[in-house]
Design a protein around this ligand. Structure first.
Ligand SMILES: Nc1ncnc2c1ncn2[C@@H]1O[C@H](COP(=O)(O)OP(=O)(O)OP(=O)(O)O)[C@@H](O)[C@H]1O
Length: 315
């Protein structure tokens, strides 16, 4: 598949401090990619380098086939950038702000109005089109910001913390809007966030970015598998009767490192690998009935806790 954004070994040093450390990353055309990391991870610095607004101290970047360092204008033409706080002319209406952007991009007046009207309706702002931007709520500003970056029909949209300051329903609506527009128009989307829970709803892939380095990249299930590959598998079984003899047999399986009875009476087995089939067979062979058997898988909450709430850089 065609790649729209390619970073190879990109670094950004401020004196002896490495804000971005040898970052390599490829984002495919039409993909929605989430750059996730806690505050200070280097997300904004990476975005600014992609836009040609700050220079990397090492490595190379291609955005839509152009090098932002040497061809910033070509990149600017194809990339729409929505910063975390969009600046509008507050004394002008939403429509006037869009028309102003259109003029900057050299769009003929009639075409500009047509497109602005279409986009205002696409982002659900047609009713507020003629109100002053200064009266808009945070969510409305974000919608207008999205319409604004779409005015130049970009191939790529880059959004820095787009959900900052929105309420939960506003976050959901805004992210679904981005997803819809990306799917309908084949736009590549890169969004940075420190909200894993929000972003995973719409991202095809995410990259976990901590202290200037990318820890892992993939779909949520790939990340979960990668990041927890070395974790023990925990299997719970609701068995009757759970005799001592059965416990002993289960404990003697090679893969099982520990067996205990939980307060609820269920058996909880810690295993080196997924021994669910062997455990089920032993239970049935022993003449007991197996009411439930489940394998604990690591998901979003564990990833979130480990990388974003817990000690940031994972050993
Ligand atoms: N101009 C600068 N001079 C020195 N250090 C800088 C400069 N710009 C950024 N940094 C440092 O680089 C690191 C990465 O900053 P960056 O803004 O890219 O992080 P971020 O992941 O976007 O975080 P946030 O979500 O807080 O914006 C931070 O430690 C920051 O203090």
């Amino acid at each position: 598949m065609e790649e729209t954004i390619v970073l190879a070994d990109v670094s950004k040093e401020y004196g002896s401090f490495k804000a971005v450390d040898r970052l390599s990353l490829s984002i495919r055309r039409g993909e929605i990619f989430g750059l996730l990391g806690p505050n200070g991870a280097g997300k904004s610095t990476t975005i600014l380098m992609m836009l040609g607004l700050t220079e990397p101290t090492g490595g190379s970047i291609r955005v839509c086939g152009h090098d932002p360092r040497t061809e910033p204008l070509q990149v600017k033409r194809k990339v729409g950038y929505l910063p975390d706080d969009v600046g509008f002319y507050d004394d002008r209406t939403g429509m006037e702000n869009l028309l102003f952007t259109a003029r900057l991009n050299g769009l003929p007046a009639e075409k500009a109005r047509e497109r602005a009207e279409h986009l205002l309706s696409q982002v659900g702002m047609e009713q507020h089109a003629h109100k002053r931007a200064g009266t808009y709520s945070r969510g409305m500003r974000q919608r207008l910001g999205l319409a604004d970056v779409l005015m130049k029909e970009p191939e790529v949209i880059i959004l820095d913390e787009p959900t900052l300051g929105l309420d939960p329903e506003g976050v959901r609506e805004f992210l679904l809007l981005i997803q819809r527009l990306s799917r309908e128009q084949g736009i590549t989307v890169l969004l940075s966030s420190h909200h894993l829970h929000q972003v995973q709803q719409i991202c095809d892939r995410v990259g976990l970015f901590v202290a200037g380095s990318l820890l892992a990249v993939g779909t949520m299930s790939e990340l979960s598998a990668k990041l927890f590959a070395d974790e023990p598998v925990v299997i719970e079984a609701d068995v009757f009767p759970a005799s001592d003899q059965l416990l002993e047999k289960v404990g003697s399986l090679d893969a099982v490192t520990h067996v205990e009875r939980a307060h609820s009476g269920e058996l909880v087995m810690t295993c080196r690998s997924n021994a669910a089939a062997d455990i089920a067979r032993l239970v049935v062979e022993s003449g007991a009935s197996l009411h439930r058997l489940s394998t604990k898988t690591y998901g979003l909450d564990e990833i979130y806790h480990r990388y974003f709430e817990g000690g940031q850089k994972h050993a």
